[in-house]
Design a protein around this ligand. Structure first.
Ligand code: NAD
Length: 352
């Protein structure tokens, strides 16, 4: 299979972690007989340096023309004080311009890294594997908001259309079909009318996926269950604001920011894949960054955009093997010996 990937390394450690991910993707292509063609694009601080703005129309158009986007990270102190311009505007521009409305944040905890988790070992068991599917372009963050004339009264509006909920749920159910076939819809249906709409739409979508079991949790209960019994979850489908909060809670229980991939999906199979972490200017250029979050984002691209299950499994198994073999970057070293970003990339490639 030939796939065109738009690669946006960005700033700080972005280019370093992306470079290791390309090595991994190339090896997978060779092993499975695919061809990945890369088009490198500028966005973020480096685009401000080159074009005077964080994201150009041309970059957006080229990203749109690709099969999927792989992004490192953007931002850094160099671009912090430019009036009206911030590198991070590139992210919003890409997500909006590419119409990416479903955000996927896996919270995967490898048993080898369980000491980094704040949870007790009996709760963690063999590890945690949750996928949070968060609605990204609607709800209260985009609803009508305002203040009265004196400024002492303010409001924000949570609103969802049936079609917004439906398209998000379809992604959640499709993803569940590729995982453990269980979806938990998290809402506040005891109080919010918009949550009751989420449940109605779920009852319409669910019968199309008879193999997937469904349950519902109020968000307050879900936040407790995530720390009490996280292994009960497979896919969590939820609104923008609830997903924002729960995905940070879930990522915290896994321990390290250098391990967390993410994806943003739109219609069809197109997606943008990026690590959860930022550009880490404090360690940029020092070969200290953990590339695993970006490498795992590459695996998600293969699984969710290119329908390459075996190839994605191969990368994820190689990452697990690296950890089993005790190879660590500084952020997950726990005081022991550790390797650099490049060596971590090599270690994954060797185990593919
Ligand atoms: P950060 O995630 O860049 O760094 C937080 C801490 O985690 C730092 O100590 C860093 O060294 C460490 N860290 C992060 N990723 C790591 C990795 N892969 N390996 C090892 N250590 C890692 O967050 P920040 O410091 O708040 O932000 C730095 C810059 O990144 C800012 O300009 C911010 O706006 C930007 N940012 C970008 C994105 C993105 O591109 N998606 C996300 C968050 C922050």
């Amino acid at each position: 299979m030939i796939k065109n990937i738009a690669v946006i390394p960005g700033d700080g450690i972005g280019p370093e972690v992306v470079k290791e991910t390309i090595k991994v993707l190339d090896k997978v292509a060779e092993k499975f007989g695919h061809e990945f063609k890369y088009e490198y694009l500028l966005a973020g601080g480096c685009s401000i340096d080159e074009y005077g703005k964080p994201l150009t129309e041309e970059t957006l158009e080229r990203a749109k023309a690709s099969d999927s986007v792989l992004l490192g990270a953007v931002g850094g102190p160099k671009w912090e004080n430019i009036p009206g311009i911030r590198p991070e505007q590139a992210l919003l521009g890409l997500r909006g311009g590419l119409n990416l409305y479903a955000n996927l944040r896996p919270a995967t905890m490898y048993k080898e890294l369980s000491s980094a988790s704040p949870l007790k070992s009996e709760i963690i068991g063999d590890g945690i594997d949750i996928m949070i599917v968060r609605e990204l372009t609607g709800g209260i963050y985009f609803g009508e908001s305002g203040r009265n004339e004196t400024g002492d009264w303010a409001y924000d509006t949570e609103s969802y259309s049936k079609s917004e909920v439906e398209r998000l749920l379809i992604h959640a159910f499709e993803i569940a079909m590729k995982r453990n076939k269980h979806v938990t819809v998290v809402d506040k249906a005891n109080v919010l009318e918009s949550s009751r709409l989420w449940r109605e739409v779920t009852r319409e979508v669910a019968p199309k996926y008879p193999e997937v079991s469904v349950d519902y949790l109020y968000v307050d209960n879900a936040s407790m269950q995530l720390v009490r019994n996280p292994r009960q979850f497979d896919v969590i489908a939820t609104s923008n604001i609830f997903g924002d909060i729960l995905s940070d809670e879930a990522s915290q229980i896994t321990g390290s920011i250098g391990m967390l991939p993410s994806a943003s999906l739109g219609d069809g199979t197109f997606g943008m894949y990026e690590p959860v972490h930022g550009s880490a200017p404090d360690i940029a250029g020092e070969n200290k960054a953990n590339p695993l979050a970006t490498i795992l984002s590459g695996a998600m691209m293969l699984r969710y955009s290119f329908d390459m299950k075996d190839e994605a499994d191969c990368i994820e198994n190689a990452v697990a093997k690296v950890l089993e073999d005790g190879i660590r970057t500084g952020d997950i070293a726990g005081g022991g010996e550790f390797v650099g970003c490049k060596e971590m990339g090599d270690a994954v490639v060797e185990r593919l």
